[in-house]
Write a protein that binds this ligand. Structure first.
Ligand code: ADP
Ligand code: MG
Length: 345
């Protein structure tokens, strides 16, 4: 990454709380203008990393650089970042306009400029016309956007977002995922986003860092992390892991090691004796479970060679009656060899 394009650089970042090592040595470069997600289960150290970047927490060791400047010892207000929290933390007694203007007022920005910038920030989150409302008169999604406008109005180099959609219900969350992405593209600010939701990270990000136990397991684009997970943890946390290992790997693939094939790459063939192509691998088994989910069906298949694989099939021509009847049936699973990948075990 060219030096002048690095928005955030973390080197050897660690944080211990007494005996708990919350962050256990993180190295990371995030480019200017990136939409970057830190993804991991609860307790994996994501929030602590974000708080160290914001300056709310000081590292036990290691450094934080913003735009090429070492800010490790600087106070939060001396750093060119803003944070959006899950609970929004809006001032309930202030109007939307006053909430958005607040940061500029503290910085003693003049009235006219304050107003212009607040209106622009509200426009960028599509809340023009809501200036006079109180937070209590807004929906959850609108409150979230006010929180976003309140951060954007400062024009930070980096916007830190800690599970900002966590309080919204599923449908609204999906809408806001697309909207956040659009807003980010428009304003061009680096977004560093924390989530435990793999789908959210895959949908929104340019790149993802997958966290486990205070460490980064893998950094890559959504496609890289999903299609080429580098560890069993990543394979299992980002998607369904579908592992073939040990004796099953020898019998089915003719090689040693641990391999994975994603559920949507598997084809379910109802004739277990069906022939397969030269570039394909296959395994016979018994359908243990059928989960009909409207658009698609999930089959759990116990392999004769040992282990089980999940198959995801679109319901192109079948109904729920057809698929549920397959429970207990003998099948063959077929996949193209290029969709199976080795993972370190
Ligand atoms: P995440 O955001 O991924 O859920 P956190 O960064 O919040 O994870 O927490 C990582 C670990 O550090 C957890 O074990 C958590 O209990 C611990 N931790 C976080 N903040 C503190 C604190 N202020 N005091 C003690 N332990 C903490
Ligand atoms: Mg957290």
């Amino acid at each position: 990454m060219p030096e002048n394009n690095v928005a955030v650089r973390l080197r050897g970042l660690r944080k211990s709380f007494g005996p708990v090592e919350a962050v256990a040595g993180v190295d990371l470069d995030i480019a200017d203008g990136e939409f970057f997600a830190m993804l991991g289960p609860s307790g994996s150290g994501k929030t602590t990393v974000l708080r160290m970047i914001a300056g709310f927490e000081s590292p036990t060791s290691g450094t934080v650089e913003l735009g090429g400047r070492d800010v490790t010892r600087l106070a939060p207000f001396e750093r060119d970042v803003n944070t959006v929290f899950q609970d929004y933390a809006l001032f309930p007694h202030m109007s939307v306009m006053q909430n958005v203007e607040y940061g500029l007022r503290v910085k003693k920005v003049g009235k006219a400029e304050r107003r212009d910038r607040a209106l622009e920030a509200l426009r960028s989150v599509r809340l023009s016309g809501f200036e006079a409302r109180r937070p209590s008169q807004l929906s959850g999604g609108q409150r979230q956007r006010v929180a976003l406008a309140r951060a954007l109005v400062n024009r930070p180099r980096v916007l830190l977002l800690d599970e900002p959609l966590g309080a919204l219900d599923l449908k609204l969350r999906e809408e806001m995922q697309l909207e956040l992405k659009e807003i980010q593209r428009q304003v061009g600010i680096t977004f560093l986003f924390v989530t435990h939701d793999q789908e959210e990270a895959l949908t929104m990000s340019d790149r993802i860092a997958v966290f486990d136990q205070g460490r980064i397991e893998q950094v890559g684009t959504p496609a890289e992390v999903y299609e080429r997970p580098s560890t069993p943890f990543v394979a299992g946390f980002v998607g369904t892991s579908n592992l073939i290992s040990g004796e099953a790997a020898k019998a089915v693939l003719g090689k040693e090691g641990t391999y994975s094939v994603r559920p949507e790459k598997l084809r379910l063939v109802l004739d277990p004796d069906a022939a397969v192509g030269a570039d394909e691998h296959s395994a016979t088994g018994t359908v243990a479970e059928v989960v009909y989910a409207g658009a698609a069906t999930r089959f759990v298949v116990d392999l004769d060679a040992g282990g089980r694989l999940i198959v995801l099939q679109q319901n192109l021509e079948v109904s729920s009656m057809d698929v549920t009847g397959l429970r207990g049936g003998r099948v063959r699973l077929v996949w193209n060899r290029r969709h199976e990948f080795a993972i370190a075990s």
